[in-house]
Structure formats: structure tokens, C-alpha cells
Design a protein around this ligand. Structure first.
Ligand SMILES: [Zn+2]
Length: 317
């Protein structure tokens, strides 16, 4: 930053932040060094190795504030820049509910992926109003290695990195995993939409509802999921809806069952009572509620009541 003032400058601070969604406004403030006098030349570099990385695609804003010796304060206009992964030349494909950024891919693969994403997300009628600066961005890389190295300190690789506070998803898509991506991306994008729908100081909601909605976006319950539920029902080891409100079991078989049951529960609620009630339910969670009270308010039954209805509907005792 370069500037001049009539009186010597006493204080300079740089205020900056990102488009990260947050309940309280987050402004970072640093006070870089500067020489005495009326002409100043200073700067500051954000070392993400110290603060942790923000995801590529996030927007950064900043403004300078300075005070002269007479106590007068000045603020420069706020500027923004997108934090980009400059290793690649990005192209963008825009749709109503998301923008897809990609590089080096076959354009037909992206078109195919986009068409599937739009069709699947059309199933999810949450009608969330997302501010334009947080419109979901999907960064499609070629390989998982490219994703891993896009963000600092990424210990674990799970196929896609979702930065829900920014509505940014980093993923690798290639002909070898396209079919996986056609389910994984609508699932992750639905989590972003649900996150926006309940965003606020409260917003706690049962895991089965969040995961069930994400699973619903993938399409009708698979025969695989159905079989898992049927077998568990027959053997008397369905997971209780109350347990599904907390974090999911870690074991692969139980986790699979937890996702399948969540998908089935949400499908039951949508098919029986419709989307308006789902939207009402999310609104109640946004305002803050226990799980039982929220269900009672919207559907007239609590968690146990939902479990009874759902078990009857799928023919389980
Ligand atoms: Zn999920």
C-alpha cells in the first residue's frame, strides 16, 4: 500500500477477512510497520502456514485504516480478490445452483457431470436463498494428488474436501470415478444447502436428517440399501432413530446401515408429508430446538413416534 497525508501518519492497520460464513462478523486486524513521515509505503503478507489455509475459490477482502497525528481517521475502499489455485488454468461452467471450475478435463465429461448434478439437485426442494458470494463452487481436479496439495495441512483424504463455511468443494473427477462423483457431489452439495438452511447461532439438527437429505439427493434408495435395512429389520438390529440423531457408528457395516436408514427415514417423511414440512423442520432447527420438540411442532410426533410410523411403513416390527 502506498499513500500520503498532510499530517504525519500515526497509526496504520490492515483489516481483512474472507467470505466465510460466520455468526459473528470476523475481521482480522494487523498493524504493519511503516516509516515516519507523510508518505507511507507498507504491506503485509498473509502466511497461511501460520494461520491455516483457506480453500481455493474463497474470496478475501481487505481495507487499510490509518490515523494521522490530528486524530483523523481514513479508510480505503474495501477491495476483494479470489484466492485461486494458480497451478492450473481454470474454466468455469455455471448453473443455477452451483458453479463448476475445472481444468485439463474433457469438456464432455464436465457437461455430463453437470447435467446429472442439476437433475439430482432438482430433487432437493429446500429453496434456500444463498447469497451470491457464497454460491457453491465445485473445483474439479484431475487427481486426488492435485486436491491434496491444493490445501495446506490436509491429513486425510476422503474423495472430496467440503469447506461448508465457504460452500466450496474440492474433488477429483476422471473417467475412472465419474459414476462415484455423480452421487458424491450431489450428496456434498446438499450438505451445503442444508448448512445454509439452518445457519445461525443454533442450527443443531439430528444427523439422520442431514445425512438422509444428502442421501435423498443421490436418487431413490438403492437395492443395496434396501437389502441392508430389510436384513437388519429381520434380525432385529435396526438402529434406533434416537441413536441416528447423534454421530454415526464407525464400523463399515453399521455406518452403511445408518446411512441407508437415514435415507429411508427422510424419503418416508418427504413421500408422506411433503417438502414444505421438511422446510418447516429445518426452520425450527435454525431457530433452535430439541429434536423431539421440533418433530412434535412440525409433524405432531416425537422421535419415538417417527420410529413407530417409519417401522410400520417399511414393514418392520
Ligand atoms: Zn454426508
Amino acid at each position: 500500500m502506498e499513500g500520503s497525508s498532510i499530517l504525519p501518519v500515526k497509526n496504520i492497520s490492515l483489516e481483512y477477512g474472507t467470505n466465510r460464513r460466520s455468526v459473528v462478523s470476523q475481521i482480522n486486524r494487523v498493524t504493519p510497520e511503516f516509516g515516519p513521515g507523510v508518505r507511507i509505503n507498507t504491506g503485509w503478507a498473509w502466511e497461511m502456514k501460520k494461520t491455516g489455509s483457506i480453500p481455493p475459490g474463497a474470496a478475501i477482502w481487505w481495507q487499510w485504516r490509518f490515523t494521522d497525528e490530528a486524530g483523523r481517521s481514513y479508510v480505503t475502499p474495501r477491495q476483494t480478490i479470489v484466492f485461486e489455485d494458480t497451478r492450473f488454468q481454470w474454466q468455469v461452467e455455471k448453473a443455477a445452483s452451483m458453479d463448476i471450475y475445472w481444468h485439463t478435463q474433457d469438456a464432455s465429461l464436465i457437461k455430463e457431470l453437470m447435467a446429472v448434478l442439476e437433475a439430482k439437485l432438482a430433487r432437493v426442494q429446500l429453496d434456500v436463498k444463498i447469497p451470491p458470494e457464497r454460491k457453491p463452487r465445485i473445483l474439479v481436479y484431475l487427481s486426488s494428488e492435485q486436491v491434496r496439495t491444493a490445501v495446506l495441512f490436509q491429513p486425510e483424504w476422503t474423495g472430496a474436501l467440503a469447506f461448508s463455511d465457504y460452500n466450496i468443494i474440492l474433488t477429483a473427477v476422471n473417467p475412472g470415478n465419474l459414476e462415484w462423483a455423480k452421487n458424491a457431489l450431489p450428496h456434498e452439495i446438499t450438505h451445503l444447502l442444508v448448512g445454509e438452511a439452518v445457519f445461525g447461532p443454533f442450527g443443531d439438527m439430528p444427523t439422520w436428517l442431514n445425512e438422509g437429505l444428502a442421501r435423498y439427493s443421490e436418487g431413490d434408495l438403492s437395492s443395496f440399501d434396501r437389502a441392508a435395512i430389510d436384513n437388519a429389520a429381520r434380525e432385529g438390529r435396526l438402529i434406533s432413530v434416537r441413536s441416528l440423531g447423534a454421530s454415526f457408528p464407525a464400523g463399515p457395516d453399521q455406518a452403511l446401515l445408518a446411512y441407508a436408514q437415514s435415507g429411508s427415514l427422510v424419503t418416508y417423511l418427504i413421500d408422506t408429508y411433503g417438502w414444505p414440512k421438511i422446510r418447516d423442520l429445518l426452520n425450527v432447527f435454525k431457530e433452535g430446538s430439541t429434536y423431539d420438540n421440533a418433530l412434535r411442532k412440525v409433524y405432531g410426533f416425537d422421535t419415538a413416534g417417527l420410529e413407530r410410523e417409519w417401522r410400520a411403513a417399511i414393514g418392520a416390527r
